[in-house]
Design a binder for this molecule. Structure first.
Ligand code: PEP
Length: 251
């Protein structure tokens, strides 16, 4: 049985105090989430310290949304994997399309970030996904394959065993446009097949592959109902506790 995960990506939203309130709201409703569904909240760096205790109490894992591509030193404004791990986070979202698009993240920097994340005990939630023009040109399989081969293929089998993959079509993020459940299943199955080429069928079968892109309570059940969809990476809807929990209840 593969893990089922619903992870929120709060992006650059909420103050730390508002974040704690949001987390308390999720914790209060967590009893409604089916057993075996893991909840993760991807919070801004400034919130890691404040949400730590509340999250631990509620059995909700905490993720950062990025980490530095260097261990430590003269990198003004950066936050290291070691700092993140020291604040109790278990995950780090890496390769989100907003990081690739607005902050120039490449496979080279992502390889460095992945290595540092593992070194400090953080499991990556590694994001892949094509842009609209790439899908329209029928290049989405090639784009996603390259994003996996250039980064995930560099992991050891042991590291790979801890990775979570998130497929997020860029055209569906924050746009209200969702991939159909069939489109999600098609590419999730493809991702699993690519992972199997490198790590073997058994390991690929165990890997959680999340869908992200305008996932909400009204469409989650259909998407999560597909065989190769193991949950969601949720942006906008994760900022409303009841919606986030309703998505997790869609399993
Ligand atoms: C995301 O950015 O990870 C995401 C899925 O955003 P949204 O749910 O708002 O489309």
């Amino acid at each position: 049985m593969r893990r089922k995960i619903v992870a929120g990506n709060w992006k650059m939203n909420t103050t730390p105090a508002e974040g704690v309130e949001l987390l308390k709201g999720v914790a209060a409703l967590k009893g409604e989430v089916p057993a075996g569904v893991e909840l993760i909240v991807g919070v801004p760096f400034t919130h890691l310290c404040c949400v730590k205790d509340e999250a631990a109490k509620a059995g909700i894992a905490v993720s950062a949304q990025n980490c530095a591509d260097h261990e430590s030193g003269a990198y003004t404004g950066e936050v290291s994997a070691r700092m993140i791990a020291s604040l109790g986070a278990k995950y780090v979202i890496l390769g989100h399309s907003e990081r690739r698009e607005y902050y120039g993240e490449t496979s080279r920097t992502l390889n460095a970030k992945m290595a540092l994340a593992y070194e400090h005990g953080l499991a990556p939630i590694y994001c892949v996904g094509e842009k609209l023009d790439e899908r329209e040109a029928n290049k989405h399989f090639d784009v996603v394959r390259a994003q996996i081969e250039e980064v995930v293929f560099n992991l050891t089998p042991e590291q790979f065993g801890k990775a979570v993959i998130a497929y997020e079509p860029v055209w569906a993020i924050g746009t209200g446009k969702t991939a159909t459940a069939e489109q999600a299943q098609e590419i999730h199955a493809f991702i699993r097949q690519v992972l199997a080429e490198k790590f073997g069928k058994e390991a690929a079968e165990q890997t959680p592959i999340l869908y992200g892109g305008s996932c909400k309570p009204s469409n989650a059940a259909e998407i999560f109902g597909k065989a190769d969809v193991d949950g969601g990476l949720i942006g906008g809807a994760s900022l409303v506790a009841a919606d986030f929990v309703a998505i997790a209840k869609a399993f």
